[in-house]
Design a protein around this ligand. Structure first.
Ligand SMILES: Nc1ncnc2c1ncn2[C@@H]1O[C@H](COP(=O)(O)OP(=O)(O)OP(=O)(O)O)[C@@H](O)[C@H]1O
Ligand SMILES: [Mg+2]
Length: 302
């Protein structure tokens, strides 16, 4: 696989403040990468560096194998992006701005543009100053999505969109992916990532703390089990990989527990030996993982 975008130990200082300490991740051709982190983590700063709008303090950053700062003009010919804060020309209509944004990228309005205007239900005849936040975002999204590019970068694209338009956006990202395009998507919303991304990179306080395939990262979370057995479950207290064990009844026949993935086999064996009467398991959500990160806890710790 070819890396379309590659960041290696990127750092960014604003005076004495180090906004990015170690940002390292790659985006491969044809993949959707979710760039996830809480407010102020450094997502927009990283994206501005990628777009050549900010100069990094240290490290390497390339897109299509070219330096993002020195070769920005060449890179931008094959790149479409939507910034986190969309500012539009207040006296132009949405339609005029879409045309302008396309022209600035050497492109013109196509059938695709019209389809997007319809799909996002934008009224292109209104002046930008009358648009709500969501409508301003739609203008920028329509312009970016109707461009032909190899790499698409979206900074919190759905933060101002209602659920219906969010769905439209997700469908468009899927089409781009099917066409073999590469997409970088920043977000602090977990559900966006789960639906669209192949890979995720989690940033916290300017450091990438986790990256990889969604399926792999799920292993960091534990399986929740609720079980009722005929024999007492008191032995569970000393079993490796069992966490947050709670008995629901004094005789300890009913328990709620969390189990590490790698210990699932031995734990299930023990449960089976106790004569299971009922059992439910809950698949881990990434929400649990994020909560632990956001709280600053080590997700591997007990
Ligand atoms: N031009 C600047 N001068 C000084 N500090 C800055 C500047 N731009 C960003 N920062 C700081 O760098 C840190 C990272 O900001 P950034 O905008 O990249 O976060 P973010 O992950 O995009 O957050 P959000 O989810 O709120 O958009 C923040 O602490 C921010 O205050
Ligand atoms: Mg931001």
């Amino acid at each position: 696989m070819t890396a379309i975008l590659e960041l290696t130990k990127v750092q960014k200082n604003f005076g004495k403040f180090q906004a990015l300490k170690d940002v390292t991740f790659q985006l491969e051709q044809g993949e959707v990468l979710g760039f996830i982190g809480p407010n102020g983590a450094g997502k927009s700063t990283t994206i501005r560096i990628l777009l050549g709008m900010l100069k990094k303090s240290d490290g390497q950053a390339t897109i299509f194998g070219q330096d993002v700062w020195k070769e920005d003009t060449a890179i931008h010919q094959h790149l479409a992006y939507v910034p986190g804060d969309v500012y539009l020309w207040p006296n132009l209509t949405g339609g005029e701005i879409i045309d302008l944004l396309l022209r600035l990228n050497g492109q013109t309005r196509t059938q695709k543009t019209e389809e997007l205007i319809t799909a996002f239900q934008l009224d292109p005849k209104k002046k930008a100053r009358t648009y709500s936040k969501g409508n301003r975002q739609k203008v920028a999204l329509i312009a970016a999505l109707s461009q032909t590019a190899e790499l698409y970068i979206f900074d919190e694209p759905t933060s101002g969109l209602d659920p219906l338009n969010e769905k439209t956006f997700q469908a468009e990202v899927l089409k781009l992916k099917q066409a073999g395009k590469s997409i970088l998507l920043s977000s602090h919303i977990l559900s966006e990532v789960e639906k669209m991304c192949d890979q995720i990179a989690i940033i916290r306080e300017g450091v990438i703390i986790e990256r990889g395939k969604l399926a792999e990262l799920r292993h960091l979370t534990r399986l929740e089990i609720e079980v009722t057995t005929q024999e007492t479950l008191v032995d569970l207290q000393t079993v490796a990989g069992v966490h947050q064990l709670n008995f629901q009844d004094p005789a300890q026949h009913q328990a709620q527990l969390f189990v590490d993935r790698e210990q699932l086999g031995p734990v299930m064996k023990l449960l089976a030996a106790k004569q299971i009467q009922s059992i439910t398991t809950k698949a881990p959500t990434l929400e649990d993982l994020f909560l632990r990160y956001y709280e600053g806890a080590d997700p591997h710790a007990k």
